[in-house]
Design a protein around this ligand. Structure first.
Ligand code: CTP
Ligand code: CA
Length: 219
């Protein structure tokens, strides 16, 4: 194995975990995400000497050594924390952000009455797209895509639409990979290439993804 490429002197912002969109004081809409992948990336980047800001949704994970952690709950809070952490050299959007949130959060617990309850949901801000389009765009913007089907087409579509440098795609909904697991397999797409990583522990995948990022930054 070759020595890990140093990331010393670089500022890297990572988002991780799910977001929870509150419905009332006791209920929320959330995503299945353990946060393990994003936390592993933050830990690996800090080990390589980067200055790391980790914007974390609600997860039960320890803060990696030498990482500045900012805890958030909702997609809007995640967006505000990420934007406030810019400028940066790299943004890695590993969070599983809720796409929709209730239009309003009920002040009191919603009581059951009718047989059918309709919730009105509104789109949340797309942090990854906003970071990539911002005047202080990081030199390298990396997204994730958890897909159940047509992985390459969906991932490449997001790469192009959000003007990303890299997108790490993985298949979800199959046993032994994705959400809660410690292992995963990623296919990383760029405009000019594709690279398969794993199956491997998320800690190893994090390091291999950082190598791809470092190579692009040093190219
Ligand atoms: N993302 C984000 N903000 C959102 C939604 C997604 O920053 N409101 C980021 C995720 O962190 C991830 C990437 O966008 O890096 C792709 O997320 P994904 O859910 O796969 O794609 P979407 O663009 O939301 O499209 P869809 O859910 O319809 O597949
Ligand atoms: Ca989504």
């Amino acid at each position: 194995m070759t020595a890990a490429v140093s990331l010393a002197g670089l500022r890297i912002v990572v988002s991780a975990g799910p977001t929870f969109e509150d419905i009332d004081p006791v209920r929320f809409i959330g995503n299945r995400s353990s946060g393990k992948m994003g936390f592993a990336i933050a830990a690996a980047a800090a080990r390589r000497g980067a200055q790391v800001v980790l914007v974390a949704g609600p997860v039960h994970l320890d803060t990696p050594a030498s990482v500045q952690r900012i805890d958030v709950r909702s997609a809007t809070q995640l967006r505000d924390a990420v934007i406030a952490a810019l400028p940066a050299d790299v943004y890695i959007g590993a969070a599983a952000v809720a796409d929709y949130a209730p239009r309003a959060i009920a002040g009191n617990k919603i009581k059951k009455s009718a047989d059918i309850l309709t919730l009105e949901l509104v789109r949340t801000p797309d942090t990854l797209a906003e970071v990539s389009a911002s005047p202080s765009r990081p030199r390298c913007v990396v997204g994730f895509a958890a897909e159940t089907e047509n992985i390459e087409a969906h991932a490449r579509g997001k790469l192009q639409k959000k003007n990303l440098d890299l997108i790490a795609a993985n298949r979800v909904g199959v046993a032994g990979s994705g959400f809660e697991s410690d292992d995963n397999a990623l296919t990383v797409y760029s405009r000019d290439g594709v690279q398969a990583l794993g199956p491997a522990p998320k800690t190893q995948l994090a390091d291999e993804l950082l190598t791809l990022i470092a190579e692009r930054l040093h190219a």
